[in-house]
Design a protein around this ligand. Structure first.
Ligand code: HEC
Ligand code: HEC
Length: 310
């Protein structure tokens, strides 16, 4: 009789254990084996040897004690850092480096945000860009050469593909090259996804700068320029990490563009391969649309025009 089992405690315990185990297996372990549980974004690539070496340095230096690499799907985070993190981004991350402490900003979308030269200078001395920064200086990474043999054995252990040429190319590269290469790839599988998640580019509200020639706006623009732009474009727009703003060229082509194009460049930033007025961007100009108001952007443009003597 079926109800007999209730009077046999040992039998009852055994049978219930088996039932629970079968349930666990069916609801947990079987799904774990299915591909849906291991998503991978279409354009996510395994790390190259140089990027992997950089990732190792990131772990060794404990960068994830101060930086997270995950954007939560909250409005404020998405506004600040960009598209929220997807499970499929981390398919090649062993171990993942999401972190849990944000002494510094999240780095999930750092890839391609700045030019390489920006990173090098920032690693050498974060205080040069942000006087209050408590990020340690990592200039000494330049003095440490990479060891191709150890990178290679790490690639083997993780079953990452590499070519002999890529491994040989590590000869003479430094840990600085590696950490910069790693920074430039983090999060790019998502930002480069065609359509959908990428933020649409915003067009300028007016063709002409409504604040052009306004002395108060120009003074405010000078201040804002000093805070936001001079690190890359030089104190008087002469160019440094970013191109010169006073040489009559715009995006590497002779011939200046309208205020409208300046607005769009500053608001949206640049992305490699995008085209503005038929000119191709190389990328590396950050977007300021969420940090600066429209009037602030127009003030900066008014100031840049005075630098150009217009
Ligand atoms: C003691 C905490 C701390 C450590 C350790 C640290 N950082 Fe930072 N990091 C910061 C702070 C604070 C900022 C913001 C100010 C600045 O940019 O210097 C920052 C900024 C950055 C930025 C610029 C982010 C942006 O969007 O502008 C990058 C890139 C970065 N860190 C990478 C690293 C890497 C790589 C390491 C390890 C080699 C590291 N950090 C170690 C605190 C830290
Ligand atoms: C992290 C470095 C960086 C910062 C900060 C930066 N820029 Fe740029 N900027 C660049 C780079 C790099 C380019 C070239 C973009 C490209 O090729 O896609 C550029 C291009 C431009 C251009 C196009 C001009 C030309 O001659 O090609 C303008 C205008 C511009 N920036 C204005 C600004 C203003 C205004 C600010 C401050 C609000 C600013 N930038 C802050 C790096 C920067």
């Amino acid at each position: 009789m079926a109800s007999d089992i209730y009077r046999k405690p040992i039998m009852f315990a055994l049978v219930s254990a088996v039932v629970i185990l079968v349930g666990t297996f069916v609801t947990m372990f079987i799904p774990m084996m299915t591909p849906q549980m291991h998503p991978r974004l279409e354009n996510l690539m395994p790390y190259t040897p140089l990027q992997l070496a950089g990732r190792d340095i990131y772990q060794r230096e404990g960068c994830n004690n101060c930086h997270t690499q995950t954007v939560r799907p909250l409005r404020t985070e998405v506004m600040r850092y960009g598209e929220y993190s997807k499970a499929g981004e981390f398919a090649y991350d062993y171990p993942f480096l999401w972190g849990s402490k944000r002494t510094g900003p999240d780095l999930a979308r750092i890839g391609k945000k700045y030019p390489d030269a920006w990173h090098e200078r920032h690693f050498e001395n974060p205080r040069e860009f942000y006087p209050e920064s408590n990020m340690p200086s990592y200039g000494w990474l330049k003095m440490h050469a990479l060891d191709p043999a150890s990178v290679r054995s790490h690639m083997d252990a993780l079953a990452f593909p590499y070519t002999q040429d890529e491994i040989s190319a590590l000869q003479g590269r430094t840990e600085m090259d590696a950490i910069v290469a790693y920074m430039q790839v983090v999060g790019t599988a998502v930002t480069k996804k065609a359509g959908g998640d990428v933020k649409p580019r915003v067009s300028a509200p007016e063709v002409r700068n409504p604040l052009a020639g306004d002395p108060a706006a120009t003074a405010a623009g000078k201040e804002l320029y000093g805070e936001n732009c001079s690190v890359c474009h030089g104190a008087s727009g002469e160019g440094d990490i970013g191109p010169s703003l006073v040489d009559g060229m715009f995006l590497y082509v002779e011939g200046d563009l309208e205020d409208e194009d300046y607005f769009e460049m500053i608001y949206n930033g640049s992305e490699e391969g995008n085209v503005e007025a038929g000119r191709v961007m190389q990328g590396g100009m950050p977007a300021f649309g969420e940090e600066l108001s429209k009037d602030e952007i127009w003030s900066i443009i008014a100031f840049i025009r005075t630098l150009q003597g217009k």
